[in-house]
Ligand binder design. Structure first.
Ligand SMILES: Cc1cc2nc3c(=O)[nH]c(=O)nc-3n(C[C@H](O)[C@H](O)[C@H](O)COP(=O)(O)O)c2cc1C
Length: 359
């Protein structure tokens, strides 16, 4: 039924639906459900210890032997400086005093570490079918080891230039991430989010530029968008936001109530939460300090500074300082299980394809 088998053959999966890895929002249960339904389940490994990744993979393996994707970040960042933390913390002074919190240095930091030798050894041991990276690719020796372990390698591009770079560096497929996408932009050569294209414009240009298969990401939330992605030359789709609504997602009640209240225009691309541009629900913080500020604390260290008051605000019922990431098609989402969603997406896409072919 699918107009292209390139990704199906490459990843050895039944349906060209890839679950977006979503650090903090998805774990083994979500990944296993999607792989079990014939798509490609992704485990977001950024922020997990090597031990935890092993545990998660063995939990997936209890449910399914189908192919899976392990996802890692490969960002580079400047060393921590007290000056940078102080200046970032100063921006939060009014909120801290409102919440009755004494500002304190030393909170900057995050457990979201870039792909390392240790991660690489784990990949060599676990040998997942696919390894995906965000924020470019790791250094050549690590990348070569991942490929030598037999894993297919993919990464996100926000521009044609990035897609060509990833192809030259040895990626087996490229994810064209349009501006609609929830979460962080994978951008690693481009600097300006204002210049980035939407999925509808970016995808066919990437398809024309590269020879490797292209995976469409950003704003794909139902069968219509899947069919449109294939019409524009995609060989698969990567879907995140729609899966946030599922029973298996780790989204808490506050996150879910934000998702329920999603509209076409209440998300924004902002760097105030993490230091790197990401799409999430607009809040007081994004309105006051952003959405894009020239002087964020380097990703991912800003997370720790924010954590000082985010938890207290949430305990008081406020989500104004919380980074609830979601894409522009969030309003199309609905509560169901991840396997129900995967099957619905497949059936809806099939319906569109048969309508189109019957004229
Ligand atoms: C909550 C959330 C967290 C995300 N975290 C990651 C991540 O850890 N790694 C990654 O490669 N992409 C991450 N992304 C981006 C996705 O890979 C993908 O580009 C996006 O989900 C596609 O757009 P959509 O959300 O409109 O479906 C995340 C997206 C969301 C919504």
């Amino acid at each position: 039924m699918w107009p292209s088998n390139r990704i199906l053959d490459l990843f050895d999966i039944q349906h060209p639906i890839i679950l977006s890895p979503m650090a903090g929002s998805g774990d083994h249960a979500l990944a296993a459900a999607v792989s079990n339904a014939g798509g490609l389940g992704s485990l977001p490994c950024a922020g997990l210890s090597v031990e935890k990744i092993k545990q998660e993979v063995s939990l997936i393996r209890e449910t399914t032997r189908n192919p899976i994707n392990l996802n890692f970040f490969c960002h580079s960042y400047n060393e921590y400086t007290e000056k940078a933390e102080r200046s970032w913390l100063e921006k939060f002074t009014p909120y801290l005093s409102e919440l009755g919190i004494e500002p304190a240095l030393g909170a900057a930091g995050s457990n979201k570490n870039p792909f390392s030798d240790e991660h690489c050894a784990l990949v060599e041991e676990l040998r997942p079918k696919v390894v995906s990276f965000h924020f470019g690719l790791p250094e050549t020796t690590l990348l070569q080891r991942v490929k030598a372990a037999g894993c297919k390698v993919i990464s996100s591009a926000n521009t044609v230039e990035e897609a060509l770079w990833l192809e030259r560096a040895g990626c087996d497929a490229v994810i064209a991430q349009g501006t609609e996408a929830g979460g962080h932009r994978g951008m690693f050569l481009s600097k300006s989010v204002a210049e980035q294209a939407g999925t509808f414009a970016l995808l066919p240009q990437v398809v024309d530029a590269v020879n490797i298969p292209v995976i469409a990401a950003g704003g794909v939330a139902d069968g219509r968008a899947i069919a449109a992605a294939f019409a524009l030359g995609a060989s698969a789709v990567q879907i995140g936001t729609a899966y946030l609504f599922t029973d298996e997602s780790l989204a808490n009640d506050m996150y879910r109530s934000k998702l329920k209240g999603a509209t076409d225009n209440n998300t924004v691309i902002t760097n105030v939460f993490s230091g790197k541009p990401a799409r999430g629900f607009a809040t007081r913080l994004t309105r006051d300090l952003g959405p894009i500020t020239d002087t964020p604390m380097d990703f991912p260290m800003g997370y720790g500074v924010l954590a000082q008051f985010k938890a207290k605000a949430e305990a008081e019922g406020s989500t104004e300082f919380s980074s609830y990431l979601a894409g522009q098609a969030a309003a199309l989402g609905r509560r169901e299980s991840a396997s129900e969603l995967t099957n619905r997406l497949i059936n809806e896409a099939e319906e569109v394809f048969s309508k189109l072919s019957s004229g």
